[in-house]
Design a protein around this ligand. Structure first.
Ligand code: HAM
Length: 420
């Protein structure tokens, strides 16, 4: 038996309506805020992620599904969506359509991580990006859109964490301060952090190792190193969030796991089982477009992890409407009934009504069982007697009531019934 790859899963049965529900809500939230859909390839040139997400990040260093294709080009299955959106923006000259470009995307991402609660190797993100606005209004807009989506899913226990990573000279000064601080504690750092110390010191603040997490508490904070401009920008974002009644916590150690962030960053945390999940994260990335060969165009966005959100929705028993697969089952009791069954099925399907009939050669009893299993609202029953008399039986599957209906009128009767 061939099994699915570790860290992946099948979306089947009762999970499917949850996915549809999320997808509909996400698209609706995008529409309300004026975002258009963009679909990019799952496969990209490896260089795209090296030059945007950052060569020193865990994602690029350890987690990418990278391989040489038959033409000996290094290809990567996208670990996130932002880099691809920027590539598509540049390649398709979307700038010519005017700025800002506001796009959303939804689809699978791939990271070779150790599978655990809420962490998969193939997972799905919904993300939005505003390309072209450097205004703090765009930062607030993104957070507002995220809140709108979360609330529309009836999730309330969320906390927004925000921070500001300053401009490049702020970060330079901050990194020096971090180096001074961590130099004194170098020997007690975990092995990974010793490497991060040299290569990308900000990543030290991301470390989950308990000793490093304790050390972090006394580390310098980026917010103490912001220049006047960045500090004013951060205050303005916070002012707007307050105006929009969006509650948040300031978290001056929030640096995110990707290297492209430049100004405001944020995450949404949500308690789940005995842990806290990051369900959503994003921020400003004003240099990615020029780093990938475009003009100096600012951008901001976020992405959320769909699996994590769905797990929380299930745990919180958020109710979603599940439409039955088929509304009507047409049940033939004998072989002679078949053309009559098919006539009804064809008519109703032409009217876009979901109708099923038996494909298994089942007995009356097991056809009835099947009709109930698929959640059909009505079953139309016909056998020799019904055909001879020109009267069919319609069973309401919820109440069990049966009604006799003239065969020439059956289709109209069913259509009226479904509208009730
Ligand atoms: P990220 O924080 O790497 O950001 O991922 C966003 C979200 O994807 C996370 O908050 C989490 O919910 C989900 N996620 C990440 N890894 C996994 C995994 N292995 N299994 C399940 N869920 C996962 C980005 O990807 C950025 N591109 C976000 C962004 C958009 N920034 C600006 N624009």
């Amino acid at each position: 038996m061939i099994k699915r790859p570790k860290g992946t899963y099948d979306i089947i049965g009762e999970d499917v309506p949850f996915w549809h529900h999320f997808e509909n809500k996400a698209k609706e939230s995008a529409r309300v805020f004026g975002f258009e859909e963009i679909r990019t390839p799952i496969l990209e040139r490896t260089e795209l992620f090296q030059r945007s997400v950052g060569d020193e990040t865990d994602i690029v260093q350890k987690e990418m599904y990278t391989f040489d294709d038959k033409g000996k080009r290094s290809m990567t299955m996208r670990p996130e969506g932002t880099a691809s959106v920027v590539r598509a923006f540049l390649e398709n000259n979307l700038m010519s359509l005017g700025l800002p470009q506001k796009v959303f995307y939804m689809g699978p991402m791939f990271r070779y991580e150790k599978p655990q609660t809420g962490r998969y190797r193939q997972f799905h993100q919904f993300g939005v990006e505003v390309i072209g606005s450097g205004s703090s209004k765009a930062d607030a807009e993104i957070i507002w859109q995220a809140k709108y989506l979360i609330e529309s899913l009836h999730l309330h226990n969320y906390t927004f964490h925000i921070n500001h990573l300053g401009c490049s000279s702020d970060r330079k000064r901050y990194k020096e301060a971090l180096k001074d601080y961590y130099k004194k504690h170098y020997n007690s750092l975990c092995q990974d952090c010793k490497i991060r110390f040299d290569k990308n010191i900000l990543r030290l603040l991301d470390c989950k190792n308990p000793n490093d997490a304790t050390l972090k508490q006394k580390a310098p904070k980026i917010t103490d190193y912001l220049c006047e401009h960045c500090s004013a920008e951060y205050s303005d974002i916070k002012r707007q969030l307050k105006q929009l009644s969006i509650e948040f916590e300031e978290n001056s150690f929030l640096v995110r796991g990707l290297d492209y962030y430049t100004g405001m960053v944020f995450e949404v945390k949500y308690p789940y089982a005995d842990t806290v999940l990051d369900i959503l994260g994003g921020g400003r990335y004003d240099q990615v477009i020029s780093d990938l060969g475009g003009k100096d165009i600012p951008a901001v966005g976020y992405a959320c992890g769909i699996e994590r959100i769905l797990s929380i929705m299930k745990e919180e028993q958020v109710e979603i409407k599940v439409k039955p697969l088929s509304e009507i089952f047409v049940l033939g009791m004998c072989e002679e009934a078949e053309p009559f069954v098919m006539k009804i099925v064809r008519f109703l399907r032409r009217k876009d009504i979901s109708v099923e009939h038996d494909l298994m050669g089942r007995s009356l009893k097991s056809q009835m069982k099947y009709a109930s299993k698929i959640g059909a609202r009505f079953t139309i029953i016909l056998g020799n007697e019904e055909i001879d008399n020109g009267i069919y039986i319609v069973k309401d599957m919820e109440t069990g009531n049966q009604t006799s209906v003239e065969s020439s009128w059956i289709e109209n009767y069913m259509m009226d019934k479904l509208e009730e």
